[in-house]
Ligand binder design. Sequence first.
Ligand SMILES: [Zn+2]
Length: 325
Amino acid sequence: MAKKKPCKVGENKSQVVRDMPNVCSDEDAAVRFMEAQRWGDEPCCPRCGDMNVYQVGDRKTGGRNTDYRWRCRACKRYFTVRTGSVMAETRIPLRYWCYAFWQVCSSKKGVSAKQIHRQTGLSYKSALFLLHRIRFALADMEGVKLMGTVEVDELYLGGRPRYRIPYDPLKRPHRPKHPRKQPIIGVLSRDSGTVKTRVIPDVTSHTLRRAVSELVDKSAKLETDEAPAYVGIGRQYAGHQAVKHSNYEYVREGVTTNTIESFFAILRRGITGIYHNVSRKHLQRYLDEFEFRYNTRALEDGERTVTAIQGAVGKRLLYRQPNPA
Ligand SMILES: [Zn+2]
C-alpha cells in the first residue's frame, strides 16, 4: 500500500484563507485586503476611471486617513473601496463584511444572520442587511442561457407536509398537489455544470415554458421527468427525453435528472437547516446564494471568497431595481 504523503497543518490552504483571521479582526487589514481584491496594484477612480489617485493623509498622525478615503486628481472627488459596490452607504466596518463574505463562501449550506450577529456583535438587523447585500452581490447578472444537455426539474419548498389522504378526483378534483408550497424551477447544464433557478408562481405549462425559455438556449437538449407540462416545452428545443419516475426509472441510457436533484437536496437542507423559514419575497436571493456556491464548487474556499467580493463591485446601481434585497 502506498504511504500517504505527510502534510503540514494548513498546507493545503490558500493564502487568502490563511490571511482571513487577521483580515476579519483588524479594520486596517480588512481595508487593505478589499482594496487589493478590487484594484490589485492599480487603484483607480470608480467615478471617472482615472488612475491618477492618491490616499488622503491624516494631518495629526501623518498616516492614513481614518475613514480610508482616496481622492482622484482628475475629477477631484473623494472615494473609498466601498464606492460603487454593495458596501456603499453603510457604516458596517469592512472587517465584518470580509467575515460575512468568507463565511457565506465557505459554508456549504450558508450562514444565518443570527450566527453573524453572535460572532461579530453586529445587531441582528445589520447582519441580515449585510447578508442580503452579499446575496445580491452573488447573483448572476449576465443572464447567459444554458446550452448542451440540460436537466430541468421543479422543487417545492416550505408549506405543510403532504397529506397522505387518498386522492379522490370525484370529491376534490382541483385539490392542489402541494398545498401552500412554493414552487421553484431549476435547470442544470451537464456540459458546463452550471445551475440556474427561478421562483415561479405556479407549475402550469405556460409558467414553466416561460421560465425555461428565459434560462435555456433553444439549441439545448432537455432531460426531465415525466411531468406532462414538459412535453410541449420539449418540442421547442433541439431534443427532449424524459425518465419515468413513477416506474422507478431514474436513469435510462444516460438520461436523468439526478444532478439537478442533488443540487435541490443541498438547497432544501440549507433552507430547512440554516434559514428555517424564508419568505417568498426574499426566496430568489437565497436561491442566488446556493446557485453561486454550486457554480463555483470547483474553486477552493479562498478563491470563492475572492470571486464573491469581486462580484460586489458595480452592483450598487442595480440595487434599487425591482425585487430589491
Ligand atoms: Zn475621478
